[in-house]
Design a protein around this ligand. Structure first.
Ligand SMILES: Nc1nc2c(c(=O)[nH]1)N[C@H]1C(S)=C(S)[C@@H](COP(=O)(O)O)O[C@H]1N2
Ligand SMILES: [Mo]
Length: 330
């Protein structure tokens, strides 16, 4: 509990943020785990039939989530090891090497933290992190994350649908897009000295995408609060889009009328589009997107995996893009 001590982190008790029946279910699962009857979970497999919760690594404050009932909210694939999830990262505010975030993100202070929700809403509000943690029941969602660079992971995230927050602030008819602004503090983020991106890191979604139940406002992974390198204390996870759409360490959510100018579109619009839906048929200008490498499976003879349309979430999100030319709106 180094993290707790060093940064004055105080987490609400699980019973405060999780409705009691759900919490009881979790306790039952922990009991079964102790009795050895939840061996599937111990083996690192998520199963729809068995309980989805995974064993906590015991590194950070617990953040339990109930098994998600959202369609597509669980995958049967083997989870990527916690060690890989937390040491192979993209978080350019801490450097551009995959190992930089784990090495340098210790300076990020995830508490106290607020998220300002503003723009085209009837009820703008600055939410304290503690309010956000209690806003809706936490769910565990096992999603594939596909980076535009050609690698993927399977991660048990903890959070709730962004739609829960959106409904509470009551968007006006002018709200056509949502913009996510993430922290840009030179004191905490050594990577800001580099001009690799135009800081702050800004991302965005169309309103219907943001309202989709799979769009996860994320506070944890592996049953614990987010490690700093994974975007503590709150980030987005959009499993059907390339990883860069899922902004980390969010400080502001703005509802706007025009398509937001995102950091990656500003930097290289011809390579990274606003939509950036995972699509094996639309190559990046410099490489194919037809296959991917699963982190943790890098043996010499390990075959690459085929990339799936919308990262395997086509049944859930395909309709959002009906009639759109996905080669043009890449
Ligand atoms: N603020 C911020 N968010 C970010 C990034 C970043 O550099 N800065 N990188 C993105 C990219 S490219 C990916 S693939 C994912 C990686 O998330 P992970 O390290 O938790 O796997 O975070 C995304 N969110
Ligand atoms: Mo990425």
């Amino acid at each position: 509990m180094h993290y707790l001590k060093d940064r004055g982190f105080q987490h609400p008790l699980g019973s405060e943020i999780t409705p009691q029946p759900i919490y009881e279910g979790r306790r039952e699962w922990l009991r079964r785990l102790a009795l050895g009857s939840a061996g599937l979970a111990l083996a690192g497999w998520a199963s729809r039939e068995a309980l989805a919760q995974v064993a906590r690594p015991g590194k950070l404050a617990p953040l339990p989530g109930v098994r998600s009932a959202v369609a597509g909210g669980l995958t049967m694939e083997k989870l990527t090891a916690y060690g890989d999830v937390t040491s192979y990262n993209n978080f350019y505010e801490f450097g551009t090497d995959k190992s930089d975030p784990a090495r340098h993100a210790g300076t990020l202070k995830p508490r106290p933290w607020t998220v300002a929700v503003e723009g085209e809403v009837r009820k703008p509000k600055v939410f304290d992190l503690d309010e956000l943690l209690k806003l809706a029941p936490m769910e565990e969602r096992v999603y594939r994350l596909r980076c535009v660079e050609g690698w993927s992971m399977v991660i048990p995230w903890v959070g709730y649908s962004l739609a829960e927050l959106i409904r509470r602030v009551e968007p006006t008819g002018n709200a056509k897009y949502v913009e996510f602004v993430t922290l840009a503090d030179r004191g905490q983020m050594p990577g800001l000295r580099s001009s690799v991106l135009d800081w702050p890191y800004v991302e965005g979604l169309r309103m219907d995408e943001a309202m989709h139940p799979l769009a996860l406002l994320t506070f944890g992974l592996y049953g614990e609060v987010l490690p700093n390198q994974n975007g503590a204390p709150v980030r987005m996870v959009l499993p059907w889009k390339y990883g860069f759409k899922s902004g980390k360490s969010i400080v502001k959510i703005r509802f706007v009328e025009k398509e937001p100018r995102t950091a990656w579109v500003k930097t290289a619009a011809q390579e990274y589009g606003f939509y950036s839906n995972v699509n094996p048929n639309v190559d990046h200008p410099r490489w194919s997107q037809a296959t991917e490498r699963r982190i943790g499976e890098d043996g010499l003879f390990q075959k690459k995996r085929p990339t799936l349309m919308f990262n395997g979430y086509e049944a859930q999100v395909g309709q959002l893009y009906a009639g759109m030319d996905l080669k043009k709106h890449y």
